[in-house]
Design a protein. Structure first.
Length: 314
């Protein structure tokens, strides 16, 4: 009779090390969003790989919480958009096609969609690659209106006007648009149709694929650093360089600021904590850092508005 020797436990110094998350984790993230450290690692490395700062992920989580969306289902995206005033890319939050579908379904009036219409295939050299792509795509969405199934035909969405470039000064399609020229265009066409069918619910919601023409999709394409205030927030939360006179006051201010989506809201949050009527005493270093974070948040909001308005104008 043979016996099998049980495996011996490996010494601690021989166990494989597990690398920490790409962006630092803060305990208040668990308190506010219910995201533990393991889930945070999945978020910043798999769901939001393009995020350049902890604040960007917090903005996305705040958006999902307000809209009752599961961030792990990729309903929103963090997209770097070029800010011509700051002369750098800033992270912005955009709804994905999943959110538009969810919003339409929640009305109880969504009645399906038709098959995607595709224009003729074109084979052409775009930037540095030769690629075959459909000239345009169009989707029809159906909505129940007073008991009748009504069709809403979306506008034609043209590939050359929509595809995402690898860099601002390079017209080559990025990997996603080069490998899935039909699939990417179809998502944009469906988004246009959903806005036509549900103007009140989805009328101002553009998905990233619709606004990235000339914008890189991943952080590798970012040519400049993000604004100082956004970048410094990561180290401030992780290293606790700013000392708090009242426990939790600084973090609460940071999270309230990150949750704003209007310029006026950022001013209101800043004034509540740092205005003349504030009852909290902060250090001079905190006051200076708060000003930088407020300005960075306002730059982010303006960048998103500018991206949407530029797309509408086009």
């Amino acid at each position: 009779m043979s016996t099998v020797e049980a495996p011996r436990p490996r010494p601690a110094d021989q166990l494989p090390s597990i690398r920490g998350p790409r962006l630092p984790y803060h305990p208040l993230i668990q308190e506010r969003f219910g995201i533990d450290k393991a889930s945070w690692k999945a978020l910043v490395e798999a769901i939001f790989p393009g995020a350049t700062s902890i604040e960007s992920v917090i903005l996305a989580l705040s958006y999902c919480k307000a809209r009752k969306l599961d961030p792990f289902k990729r309903n929103v995206h963090i997209v770097p958009i070029w800010n011509k005033d700051a002369k750098c890319y800033v992270d912005t939050i955009w709804p994905g096609i999943g959110e538009l579908r969810t919003t339409a379904f929640r009305t109880g009036e969504y009645a399906g969609r038709g098959e995607t219409e595709l224009g003729p295939d074109i084979t052409s050299k775009v930037g540095r690659v030769e690629i075959t792509f459909p000239e345009w795509a169009r989707v029809t969405v159906y909505r129940m209106v007073k008991g009748q199934r009504v069709e809403f035909v979306g506008a034609r969405v043209y590939w050359l006007e929509t595809y995402a470039q690898v860099k601002r000064d390079d017209e080559t399609p990025n990997d996603m648009w080069a490998s899935r020229p039909r699939g990417q265009l179809e998502k944009c066409a469906e988004a246009a149709a959903l806005r036509a069918a549900f103007p009140e619910e989805c009328g101002g919601d553009y998905i990233p694929e619709e606004v990235q023409h000339g914008k890189p999709q991943q952080t590798e394409g970012i040519e400049h650093e993000a604004p100082h205030g956004l970048d410094s927030l990561t180290s401030k939360l992780e290293e606790s360089e700013v000392k708090e006179p009242i426990e939790g006051a600084w973090e609460t201010f940071v999270y309230e600021l990150a949750a704003t989506d209007q310029i006026s809201d950022t001013t209101a949050v800043f004034d509540r904590w740092f205005g003349p009527d504030s009852t909290v005493e902060f250090t001079a270093e905190q006051n200076a850092e708060a000003c930088r974070l407020r300005d960075a948040r306002q730059t982010d909001i303006r960048a998103r508005r500018g991206g949407a308005s530029n797309k509408q104008a086009g």
